[in-house]
Design a protein around this ligand. Structure first.
Ligand code: NAG
Ligand code: NAG
Ligand code: NAG
Ligand code: NAG
Ligand code: NAG
Ligand code: NAG
Ligand code: NAG
Ligand code: NAG
Length: 366
């Protein structure tokens, strides 16, 4: 049994710079001697990803290897030392498909500790783009600070012609030390755009212009490296923050993808495999076939585990009332709904409390 909690690395990659967890801090003095104490202090948490990758030629943009360490990321962009005093932690060095709960929890613990220090202006997380929206949403839901938490990655490896990592990192540090970045939760910045971790999703597997949220829009953009916000600071409606101080692992939640002729046996199979909650990436607004619905209801009746209905479309809203036993995800996409459900189950929420938590993001009729 999980205790009531108020409230992740590295796969076997041939990393050029193998690392162990937890890693010592690369101090400001290591990076800059002497440090300029009138500059704001930023801490970079490096986890791997394309931003830390090298291909064998400058035209290679797939199939490259993760391996650059945090020191090399900073070395590539010495300009950030003109705007901040940088320190770094190598949290992991992996592509983001291999980021797991152990890494996520360690990241949240380290960031909360760092931001609690008065001399720290903000933090930057360098990360693979593939699951960046999950890590950033996890941080949005577990970091309790008014200071900027900036998640950044790259779509092209460091060795590519027109690599996007260096400027993305420069912009991320700029935002992390900017007073304009405060009280906006966790943000994702890539390709000159600033988005809320709550809504931003990766839309294209290959192109630079991949992170955006269609309905909620962007929070801001960089104009000549200056962050420009369209709105005053605000937090997403329905945002929930968990205290994960004592959390060591997360509840298991699987996503089942709906499609024509979907296999109704997936619900029981998933539960038999240890799922404590299920998210359905439904067709339309949380739908799935009648046979699958019957199987889901049987599985629910037999176990009582929460089943959240989300949407496989890249954007949209799942309204409550589609099924008696399912919880509507509202605006959360399947991967974000999964993170939220993991946190709620880990915190010991009942199904009623989980329903109420998701309902916080539903529109209120006037
Ligand atoms: C997460 O990945 C790290 C590095 O590969 C590993 O040490 C850790 O055991 C993994 N955690 C889980 C829960 O699998
Ligand atoms: C330290 O940073 C401040 C603020 O940006 C700047 O005005 C000053 O010139 C810097 N000092 C040195 C020695 O670089
Ligand atoms: C940055 O950190 C150093 C020591 O770590 C401190 O002396 C300095 O005041 C900090 N800068 C700001 C702007 O807080
Ligand atoms: C950074 O500062 C150095 C001197 O410390 C200066 O030569 C360089 O032009 C500056 N770079 C930027 C981008 O401001
Ligand atoms: C977040 O911080 C605020 C104010 O510092 C505090 O009141 C609140 O309890 C904290 N929430 C969590 C989940 O840590
Ligand atoms: C978060 O949980 C820890 C450990 O239980 C506790 O010491 C701390 O006071 C909590 N923080 C808040 C803001 O509730
Ligand atoms: C799933 O398991 C329950 C409980 O064992 C059983 O009643 C139900 O028939 C199973 N459903 C499917 C589709 O296999
Ligand atoms: C699930 O349980 C409810 C409430 O007891 C019942 O009305 C419903 O028929 C059951 N569904 C299935 C598929 O067994």
């Amino acid at each position: 049994m999980r205790s009531t909690l108020l409230c992740g690395f590295f796969a076997g990659f041939t990393a050029a710079f193998p690392v162990d967890f937890p890693h010592a801090l690369i101090t400001r003095q290591d990076i800059q001697t002497p440090i300029n104490s009138s500059l704001p202090n930023v801490t970079i948490f490096a986890t791997g990803g394309t931003i830390a990758s090298q291909g064998t030629t400058n035209t290679q943009t797939t199939g490259y290897q993760v391996g650059l360490g945090v020191q090399q990321l900073v070395d590539a962009v010495p300009e950030i030392l003109n705007i901040s005093n940088v320190a770094g932690y190598q949290i992991s060095n992996t592509d983001s498909g291999s980021i797991n709960e152990t890494i996520l929890i360690k990241l949240a613990h380290a960031i909360n500790e760092e931001l609690a220090k008065e001399e720290i202006a903000g933090v930057v997380i360098t990360h693979g783009t593939d699951t960046l929206e999950e890590t950033s949403f996890f941080l949005e839901s577990t970091v309790n600070s008014s200071k900027p938490v900036i998640c950044v990655g790259a779509m092209r490896p460091a060795t590519a012609l027109s690599a996007d990592g260096p400027l993305n990192l420069y912009q991320a540090v700029t935002l992390a030390v900017s007073p304009a970045g405060r009280n906006r939760g966790t943000m994702i910045t890539l390709n000159d755009r600033i988005g809320s971790a709550f809504y931003t999703t990766k839309n294209n597997a290959n192109t630079l212009d991949t992170f955006f949220s269609t309905e909620a829009g962007q929070l801001g953009v960089f104009i000549n490296q200056i962050p420009y916000f369209f709105y005053e600071p605000s937090k997403p409606v329905g945002r929930v923050v968990f205290n994960v101080t004592d959390v060591e692992d997360l509840a298991t939640v699987n996503i089942i993808y709906a499609h024509q002729d979907m296999d109704p046996g997936l619900f029981n199979a998933s539960i038999a495999d240890g799922a404590e909650g299920i998210v359905i990436a439904g067709v339309g607004a949380g739908g799935y076939s009648a046979t699958a619905a019957l199987a889901a209801e049987e599985a629910y009746n037999a176990t009582g585990i929460p089943i959240v209905a989300s949407h496989r479309s890249s954007d949209g809203f799942v309204p409550p009332g589609e099924g008696e036993f399912t919880i509507a995800s509202g605006f959360y996409n399947p991967q974000k709904a999964r993170v939220l459900l993991q946190l709620a189950l880990t915190a010991g929420y009942t199904n009623t409390e989980i329903s109420e938590m998701f309902a916080k993001s539903y529109p209120t009729p006037v």
